[in-house]
Ligand binder design. Structure first.
Ligand SMILES: [Zn+2]
Ligand SMILES: [Zn+2]
Ligand SMILES: [Zn+2]
Length: 119
C-alpha cells in the first residue's frame, strides 16, 4: 500500500484522506453523530475528512473555493454518498437533500477555511 493511502479510507467509492477516517467520513478531529461530510479541497482536488486532516496529511497549504466555482461538487454526504455542490451545501440547512441525514450545524464557523466567503 502506498504511503499516502495509509491515511485514507474508501467511502462510497471515493478515497477520503485524513486521520482515522471512518466509513461515514468522520475523522479523528470531528467524530460526532452528525460529522458526516467530506470536503474536496480546491488546492489538490482530493477529499478530506476536515481542514485539520488536510493540514496533517497534505504537504501544501490549503486554498479555498472561489465563488465562481461553487457549482463544483465538493461535498460528500457520508451517510448516502450523494455529492453536493458548494452552493447546494450552503443552502442545505444542515441536512442532506438526498437522504435527509443531519449535518453538524456548527460547521458554519469553518466555512471560511474551505470556501471564499467574500460577502
Ligand atoms: Zn490540498
Ligand atoms: Zn479531520
Ligand atoms: Zn445523504
Amino acid at each position: 500500500m502506498p504511503e499516502e493511502q495509509k491515511q485514507a479510507n474508501a467511502v462510497h467509492g471515493e478515497l477520503i484522506y485524513g486521520v482515522g477516517v471512518d466509513d461515514h467520513t468522520r475523522c479523528a478531529h470531528w467524530h460526532g453523530e452528525n460529522d458526516i461530510i467530506a470536503i474536496r479541497f480546491h488546492c489538490c482536488e482530493r477529499w478530506y475528512g476536515c481542514f485539520e486532516c488536510h493540514t496533517e496529511c497534505a504537504n501544501h497549504p490549503a486554498t479555498v473555493w472561489p465563488t465562481v466555482e461553487w457549482d463544483r461538487h465538493a461535498i460528500l454526504c457520508g451517510a448516502c454518498g450523494q455529492k453536493l455542490t458548494i452552493t447546494e451545501y450552503l443552502n442545505s440547512d444542515s441536512g442532506c437533500p438526498a437522504c435527509g441525514a443531519a449535518f453538524n450545524p456548527n460547521c458554519f464557523s469553518h466555512y471560511h477555511l474551505y470556501f471564499a466567503m467574500t460577502t
